[in-house]
Ligand binder design. Sequence first.
Ligand SMILES: NC(=O)c1ccc[n+]([C@@H]2O[C@H](COP(=O)([O-])OP(=O)(O)OC[C@H]3O[C@@H](n4cnc5c(N)ncnc54)[C@H](OP(=O)(O)O)[C@@H]3O)[C@@H](O)[C@H]2O)c1
Length: 252
Amino acid sequence: MSDVPVGRLAGKVALVTGASRGIGAAIAERMVAEGAAVAVNYVANETAANAVVARIRAAGGTAEAIQGDVSLVASVAPLIAETIRRLGRIDVLVNNAAVSAGIAFDAVTEADFDRLVATNMKSTLFLSQAAARAMAPGSAIVNVSSIGTRGANPMTLVYVATKAAVEMMTISMARALGPRGIRVVAVAPGMTDTEMLRSVIAPEILAEAASRNTQGRLGQVGDIASVVAFLASDEAGWINGETIHANGGQRG
Ligand SMILES: NC(=O)c1ccc[n+]([C@@H]2O[C@H](COP(=O)([O-])OP(=O)(O)OC[C@H]3O[C@@H](n4cnc5c(N)ncnc54)[C@H](OP(=O)(O)O)[C@@H]3O)[C@@H](O)[C@H]2O)c1
């Protein structure tokens, strides 16, 4: 028997940014398994986004692939409008899309800084702003932060700064949107086995991190997706403005 609580998100429409791969794809599939219809956003990888949608439809779910570069404020309103046009409404926004980069302090350029800030941080504010304008009371915004905000890694200086900003915006937006009946929460994954992780962390460091985890392994995308689905659901209705860490006991 499946351990997915079927129907917990029934009737809800969710937009998941960066859902063509990695954690975002797993969030999209998990939310559909719990009853939602999902917009699968991507920026470049149309084939991967279409594959996620095909898997969801093959399992009897509803999903639409929607292209949009979240780092551009001009893309934000069209992305929300297209979600509503194709799926009828928006009840949940998952601000998952992000980029990371391992860059030493002395090597960080203005272009690196602007790219990470625009994709990870600016998008979170302006997508939430546009989504909230279309959301009814009972809706939720789930931001994806990172365990990196608990530590200090000089190679991911800009990335973790954007994620710290996401956590602070989560608190502030929860205050701003509370009176409208919209919750804003965040999940902070630990090391989770995706292309992003493998692009910035060497295999031997990953193996060492896995061995140090309380469960002796890296996180898998499903470990994060189930937490996001819960946070988006009405069952998490009393959780607001918080960042929930999901990391198997990893510290820093
Ligand atoms: N993996 C980890 O260990 C880890 C740990 C902590 C936090 N996180 C966070 O978890 C989230 C997902 O990470 P991941 O590891 O799954 O990443 P990933 O495998 O690199 O996937 C990134 C996703 O974001 C999309 N994307 C990138 N730039 C975009 C843009 N400008 N507009 C729209 N979509 C864009 C990509 O779309 P395309 O396929 O079209 O390129 C892809 O779907 C991120 O917020 C990340 O910071 C990850």
